[in-house]
Design a protein around this ligand. Structure first.
Ligand code: ZN
Length: 423
């Protein structure tokens, strides 16, 4: 079961090189399972027993199930669709000494830069094309090894193994072509999509790691892949929603974009996307605003974003007492006194009980008091939709590397917890 779930996860991640494809994949999977697609631009007619989804910017998605029996509770699991990468700039080709062409890229999010060197990369995202006098969005994934960021040889930088600082404008520009070619990235995209180059008006394109996911280790206990943060949680949340039967609450699977750059966009956790959707569910069921507020007060959210596991080479980086999660030992509940994680005694207790009911293990994470740690989407989302919220994640190593490592059992654990939450 664990391996099967992990293999499904790897398949999902491979089909989701950017947030746009991740949302498209989830939409396909959910509609195949009877979810009806709603548009924010139209009226919503909701019925008990109905299953729906809505997207924003085609990079954030909320799917929800209305129970047959009347319910005044939302049970939400929130995760994010984006991962750190390099975004291709508007006019990307840079000619180098009439010998090479490289692409001009900028950082998206806070990645580990070193592992982006010396590995086959490609380009994915979306383009906006001119079609029949209007504009049309098209997903792009150039499914071949297309670019590479070559390292500087040790002979030209004898300090390379003593700590290097990278300048993204100088060091991280991927090599695209050799010779004084006039061939552009958009030409390749035009060829692949059968669209005229002149009809491609604009783009949101990112680099991605071409290396497929793998299951490895003495007993095949590890899984490594790009974008485990946070597609592992997004996938588990979706699977939990699909498995859950006989909903007693309004089950909400929520995947936001732009967590890696602070969530402050129309499709991020700081936006009104979740609030608007919950309000419209409330209105679609013919309820008043006061009833909406009453519903929020009794609702519960699980903010699911991956967590740091104990690192075998850096055990000194973890908290001195038992707050060092290990791969395959279960879902990580995250605590932070400064409320970067919104877990408190109440939400922790509710979630621990939920794990026990679901029969899955959990562990806890707190940063060392001298390490600031990261942030996530729970507390940001809570400013729009206040409700009891727990911050959790699956334990992983090498967070924000283009090739991260997790345990093969933990995805299934979160699927079961999500199923319990949603049912
Ligand atoms: Zn994350």
């Amino acid at each position: 079961m664990y391996i099967e779930t992990t293999e499904k996860l790897l398949d999902f991640i491979e089909k989701s090189p950017t947030a746009f494809q991740a949302v498209d994949e989830m939409q396909k999977r959910l509609t195949e399972n009877g979810f009806e697609v709603l548009s924010e631009k139209e009226y919503w007619k909701l019925i008990p027993g109905g299953k729906y989804l809505v997207t924003r910017n085609n990079s954030a998605l909320i799917a929800f199930c209305i129970p047959e029996k009347e319910s005044r509770v939302f049970h939400i699991m929130a995760s994010h669709s984006d991962s750190p990468s390099f975004k291709i700039k508007e006019n990307p080709e840079i000619k180098v000494d009439n010998s090479y062409v490289k692409l001009n890229v900028e950082k998206y999010g806070g990645m580990l830069m070193a592992p982006w060197f010396d590995r086959p990369l490609s380009v994915a995202g979306r383009v906006i094309i001119r079609r029949n006098g209007g504009l049309k969005e098209k997903l792009i994934n150039i499914k071949r090894d297309l670019v590479m960021i070559p390292n500087l040889a040790i002979h030209m930088n004898r300090e390379a193994n003593n700590g290097v600082s990278y300048n993204p404008q100088k060091d991280l520009q991927p090599l695209f072509a050799v010779g004084n070619t006039d061939r552009t990235l958009l030409e390749i995209i035009a060829e692949q999509t059968g669209v005229k180059k002149e009809d491609i008006i604009s783009h949101d394109l990112f680099l991605y790691n071409r290396m497929p996911g793998t299951i490895w280790g003495a007993d095949k206990e590890f899984v490594s892949s790009a974008r485990l943060d946070d597609l592992q949680c997004a996938f588990a949340s979706m699977e939990g929603l699909l498995r859950a039967q006989n909903h007693e609450s309004i089950a909400v699977h929520c995947v936001m974009d732009n967590e890696e750059v602070g969530s402050g966009t129309k499709q991020g956790a700081a936006s009104t996307f979740l609030k608007d959707t919950l309000l419209r569910i409330n209105m679609g069921l013919g309820r008043t605003y006061e009833e909406y507020l009453m519903t929020l007060a009794g609702s519960f959210m699980v903010s699911a974003d991956n967590a740091h596991a104990l690192h075998p080479n850096y055990t000194d980086k973890t908290d001195p007492t038992n707050h060092h999660p290990v791969l395959n030992k279960g879902i990580v509940i995250k605590f932070n006194a400064n409320q970067k994680y919104c877990t408190d005694a109440v939400s922790a207790a509710i979630f621990k009980e939920l794990c026990t009911k679901a029969g899955v293990p959990y562990q806890t994470f707190v940063n060392r008091s001298d390490i600031a740690g990261g942030s996530t989407l729970g507390n940001i989302s809570n400013t729009q939709v206040p409700m009891n919220t727990v911050d959790i994640g699956l334990p992983q190593l090498a967070m924000h590397s283009p090739y991260e490592t997790a345990g093969v059992k933990d995805t299934e654990y979160l699927v079961r917890a999500a199923e319990e939450l949603f049912a």
